[in-house]
Design a binder for this molecule. Structure first.
Ligand SMILES: [Zn+2]
Ligand SMILES: [Zn+2]
Length: 293
């Protein structure tokens, strides 16, 4: 299977407007690999995008993606859906335009909980469905759907907090008969790892929060860290989860600007972890990273 990490950033992309810190400076001057747009992945074999941050327009252009049949949404947080309107651009009718309905509209795949939450904030029915910009299909926890390409996708759900609905955040496991790739781009804090298949060729997963920058500076105050770590995945938890699942390759995304680390420092950290753990097979993603599994 062939995948492209369209964007490896997260809630805070790099460079952040008006910021001149040690990661934003080179990102603005040199672009890739320092720059990181929002969290999104393209699965070539399925013509499928997972997640639509606001920068999805720019990322699809930059990576020359010419076909999108499916858009999977992992959860309702704004940094994963703010670019949903991109479906409007895909499959526009030919000139002379007789009506605004898209030709063969993108199928947006999401859980019922995510649909309900987004319908409240974005009015999916009026603004997308009735406009003819997208069709919506539900995929719940443990359910499998077959795509036009023959690729099968299984949804793996995780609550956002221990008492929440089991499909509030979703990972999507793509299988083409030869390889299996799980794109679970965010919100694995309370994921029950026993739901993850025993054999994964690839896991695209969130990096998780660091306690400190590479220079040892605390990123959050002790108080805010204590609060955040209850609900957010930490980098140490990510290492633990990857160790437990043991995929052939784990590629981390949702790499936040506030971590203030540069690409070579992430590479160094991955090498250090590999020496410590052996066959952790963990890599930090970068925008435009092509992955063949
Ligand atoms: Zn910065
Ligand atoms: Zn989120």
């Amino acid at each position: 299977m062939h995948l492209t990490l369209l964007g490896s950033g997260g809630d805070s992309p790099t460079p952040m407007p008006t910021c001149d810190c040690r990661v934003c400076g080179p990102a603005r001057e040199e672009g890739l690999p320092h720059a990181r747009l929002g969290n999104s992945t393209y699965v070539h074999d399925a013509n499928a995008v997972v997640d639509a941050p606001e920068s999805i327009w720019a990322m699809l252009n930059r990576e020359r993606v010419s076909e999108v049949d499916y858009l999977f949404l992992s959860h309702h947080h704004v940094d994963h859906v703010a670019g949903l309107r991109v479906v409007q651009a895909i499959g526009r009718p030919a000139f002379p335009i007789a009506d605004w309905d898209n030709v063969d509209p993108v199928t947006v795949v999401l859980s019922e909980t995510t649909y309900d939450r987004l319908d409240r904030s974005m009015d999916l029915e009026t603004e997308y469905d009735e406009m003819g910009y997208a069709e919506f299909e539900f995929l719940g926890d443990g359910e499998t759907m077959s795509l036009d390409s023959g690729v099968e996708v299984t949804g793996i759900g995780a609550p956002l907090d221990p008492d929440g609905p089991a499909d509030a955040a979703m990972g999507f496991c793509f299988a083409d008969g030869e390889s299996t790739a799980l794109v679970f781009p965010d919100e694995t804090t309370v994921l029950d790892l026993s739901k993850v298949p025993d054999h994964l060729d690839l896991w695209i997963k969130e990096c998780g929060m660091f306690r400190e920058t590479g220079a040892g500076e605390p990123i959050l105050t002790d108080e805010l860290w204590a609060e955040e770590r209850e609900a957010q995945t930490t980098f140490d938890q990510t290492v633990e989860q990857v160790r437990e699942v043991g995929p052939e390759r784990a590629i981390l995304t949702e790499i936040e600007e506030i971590y203030r680390r540069r690409p070579d420092e992430y590479a160094e950290l991955a090498a250090e972890l590999e020496r410590e753990h052996e066959e952790l097979n963990l890599e930090f993603g970068r925008d435009g990273m092509d992955v063949e599994v």
